[in-house]
Write a protein that binds this ligand. Structure first.
Ligand code: COD
Ligand code: ZN
Ligand code: ZN
Length: 374
């Protein structure tokens, strides 16, 4: 029976309030309005930012359906939609590309002003497409993928190659692209260079994959959890160290280890102290440090301006610096052409209704990426 134009009843993981457990509920998903797309989600990764919303570090409106790193198939489209059609394989975009705002029209910007970073939780007509037990349930990062069906705006979805395995390329929707792009797109790591990556979670490992593919000759991974070292070396780190093993500042340790040649550092933890450590660790005059992790909102940094005065470059990037609509299909093609491997990042695959176990793995530091399959 066709679902076209009808409300779909399906399973979703609803979070009723801050720091609450997920509740698998039956929700109603309204048909897409004009310029909207309803997607059947088939695979969704668990990203640290979903937990940031649970803990309140990232603002969300409750009750909410979290999840933003996913892949699926278009079920139906609203009036005026031209870039996708029912049956297309797609990736929802937690960073939209509207094509019209000041970031979108500049070749160097990607922070589209349609991004829902302030947690409005609604689509452009200021309403939600989800209801549960008679109450509206809000959207998250314009995507909401911890559900069998979701509705997004056309600016928040892109068609990908029909040959793409959805349970793998879902990582291109956030974690992989964020880290890989920080190295190859934002820092533009040069061949033969020395790189240091702070934080060896899924994002940090993706930075390492980017540094390696850009031809870096020395890649040092840093983490306080030594269990992360094996995987980091498997994806390309040449050495790994824990700051806990040293009494002197990590910048001094790195200077000695590399003969004072650190060209690039990346912070993929999201802590104020390690952001400054990463800045201080790149070369005094030609080093570049890239901010990938984001500390909890309202955090302020204090640092010695001398760190920048001497010539260092301090850069940030969202989603690796990629323009999402333009670049995601290319990243999927590069994956299909075996230019990088995503298998090493996927440590666990669980059925969707085991979402709580997936988050437990994240809290215990036992996974790189858990992918939930519907
Ligand atoms: N020193 C060294 N390593 C540390 C320290 C420390 N003081 N504290 C924690 N770590 C390590 C942990 O042991 C862990 O291995 C790693 O840092 C962090 O990994 P994960 O698995 O928790 O997180 P990731 O890789 O999934 O995500 C990291 C981000 C930095 C991207 C994330 O936390 C974040 O800040 N997100 C918001 C910013 C963003 O752009 N996100 C992408 C869009 S959702
Ligand atoms: Zn994410
Ligand atoms: Zn835009």
């Amino acid at each position: 029976m066709s679902t076209l134009g009808k409300v779909i009843r399906c399973k979703a993981a609803v979070l009723w309030g801050l720091k609450q457990p997920f509740s698998i509920e039956e929700v109603e998903v309204a048909p897409p309005k004009a310029y909207e797309v309803r997607i059947k989600i088939l695979a969704t990764g668990i990203c640290r930012s979903d937990d940031h919303a649970i803990q309140g570090y990232l603002v969300a409106k409750f009750p909410v359906i979290l999840g933003h790193e996913a892949a699926g198939i278009v079920e139906s489209i609203g009036e005026g939609v031209t870039t996708v059609k029912p049956g297309d394989k797609v990736i929802p975009l937690c960073l939209p590309q509207c094509g019209k705002c000041s970031s979108c029209i500049n070749p160097n910007g990607n922070f589209c002003e349609k991004v829902d970073i302030t947690g409005k939780g609604v689509l452009s007509d200021d309403t939600s497409r989800f209801t549960c037990r008679g109450k509206p349930v809000y959207h998250f990062l314009s995507t909401s993928t911890f559900t069998e069906y979701t509705v997004v705006e056309e600016s928040s979805v892109i068609k990908i190659d029909a040959a793409a395995p959805l349970e793998k390329v879902c990582l291109i929707g956030c974690g992989f692209s964020t880290g890989y792009g920080a190295a190859v797109k934002t820092a533009k790591v040069t061949p033969g260079s020395t790189c240091v990556v702070f934080g060896l979670g899924g994002v940090g490992l993706s930075v390492i994959i980017g540094c390696k593919s850009a031809g870096a000759s020395q890649i040092i991974g840093i983490d306080i959890n030594k269990d992360k070292f094996g995987k980091a070396k498997a994806v390309g780190a040449t050495e790994c160290i824990s700051p806990k093993d040293y009494t002197k500042p990590i910048s001094e340790v790195l200077k000695e280890m590399t003969g004072n040649s650190v060209g690039y550092t990346f912070e993929a933890i999201g802590h104020p102290e390690t952001l400054i450590d990463a800045l201080a660790s790149c070369h005094v005059s030609y080093g570049t440090s890239v901010i990938v992790g984001l500390p909890p909102s309202s955090t302020m940094l204090t640092y010695d301006p001398m760190l920048l005065f001497t010539g260092r470059t301090w850069k940030g990037c969202v989603f690796g610096g990629w323009k999402s609509k333009e670049d995601i299909p290319k990243l999927v093609s590069d994956f299909l052409a075996k230019k990088f491997d995503l298998d090493q990042l996927i440590t666990h695959v669980l059925p969707f209704n085991k979402i709580k176990e997936g988050f437990d793995l994240l809290y215990k530091g036992e996974c790189i990426r858990t992918v939930l399959v519907m």
